[in-house]
Design a protein around this ligand. Sequence first.
Ligand SMILES: Cc1ncc(COP(=O)(O)O)c(C=O)c1O
Length: 484
Amino acid sequence: MAEFKSLAYQIPALPYQQRALSSHRIHWLFWFEWHKPLRFGSLWSGCLGSKAEEISAFSHRGQNAVKLGTQQAMWKIISDMWHPQTNPSGILSVGMAENTLLHEFLLEYIHANVRLTTTHLTYNNGSMGSDELRKAVSHFLNRKFNPFQQVEPEHVLMTNGCSSAIEHLSWTFLNQGEAILLSKPYYSTFIADITLRPEAVVVPVEMGDLDPLSPQAVEEYEKAAVKFEAETGKRVRAVMLCNPHNPLGRCYPRETVTGLMKLCQSRQMHLISDEIYALSVWENKVDGNAPTDRFESLLSRDTTGLIDPSLVHVLWGMSKDFGANGLRVGAIISQSSPDFHVAQRCLSLSTFVSAMSDQITASILSNDAFTDAYIEKNRELLSLSHEYIVNCFNKHDIEYLNGCHAGFFVWINLGKKYLQRHPETDEGQGELTDVVFQRLLAQKVYLAHGIAFGSEKPGWFRVVFAHPIPWLEEAMKRIMQAVE
Ligand SMILES: Cc1ncc(COP(=O)(O)O)c(C=O)c1O
């Protein structure tokens, strides 16, 4: 496992980021869900060494990408994924946000219902999604998201996944060096999506002991915006929300979203709500104290008196609620900014959804009986898998964040468990998480590294439980071996 030795790296950061990241070492381990610098661009200049000469024909961006690519152990993990039959000696992932619970059910539907025609061998209606797909997405969202204003096909931009959708928004709304606010902890790939190609900045909002989903958290966003603007002279242009929250697995209370709408209006910032887990909300049968906040889409809110609707944008896609990461289908729903859609006519060329995925998605989303059955079944299975994994944590006395009821994950404190057995370990911000992470990899089990997800405390990890029970059983065995 030598190749998994810690790749923690001290970034030669720009002054603002140096302060923002003061106590953090940066982990270059993850591509899909990793902690990237809060801004790309000049971060790598001066640290390429002799490699720089070999690749001097590359742009600075290209050189940075070479350096990053070289350091991404995540690629090794995903090319050696455990499978009970085909790769039993591989690395078992309970770290990547994938839901395998209904794969067979979905495949059966696809094989029975999807037929390609010669139209699918053409550019069809162009790069923003076929008319059929945008109609199907609107139909589906109108049924499931309870929108205040009916979603029309022209409100919808289709992209090859939500990652691309986020990049579209950042590219369109932010000038170079301008910022988006993102509260901690966060879904780590937001950083790359927002910053890498658009050359924008993420301002992580520290929450300390506050619940990041609570109405009180809104004030912290404002403080972070004021500070960033005073220090850099650059604008904060948007707030990025993830509702239901990844990695905390809960939904935002209405009052918090109201507060954020008002804040965005007062500072003329966009409010982007990533609702990719909207329909993966389920019953928590274990914790007595699961919050009662049910999911409420930003689309369902009357914005009158709160925020100019042209500042409101919602994201959804097929990766999570239909467990189909590989289809690469995402959507931006922006109902009151026609110019946003005009701008995407140029930008969407590189994020064109393949005709095959377009057709599969259009078929699924226009079939009400299938989507109703799928969503219901998915909720039941997520609830069961959650119950199983949390019972394991209780049995082994592993601290976890109580009360999640959405998404695929539980946020757990493996560092605490490890320290009980190894009190001599350095508890410093990154060290403890690193030590446990390396031990997990040595046992060939992958969990998402909390520091990479902006955790303000060491030792935390995100466990993805959206897998069949035998898979979780095997993962638990390996996790316990790692912390013994
Ligand atoms: C909150 C969130 N947004 C976006 C994505 C990326 O989704 P996609 O596969 O559609 O690019 C993920 C994937 O983990 C996610 O968790």
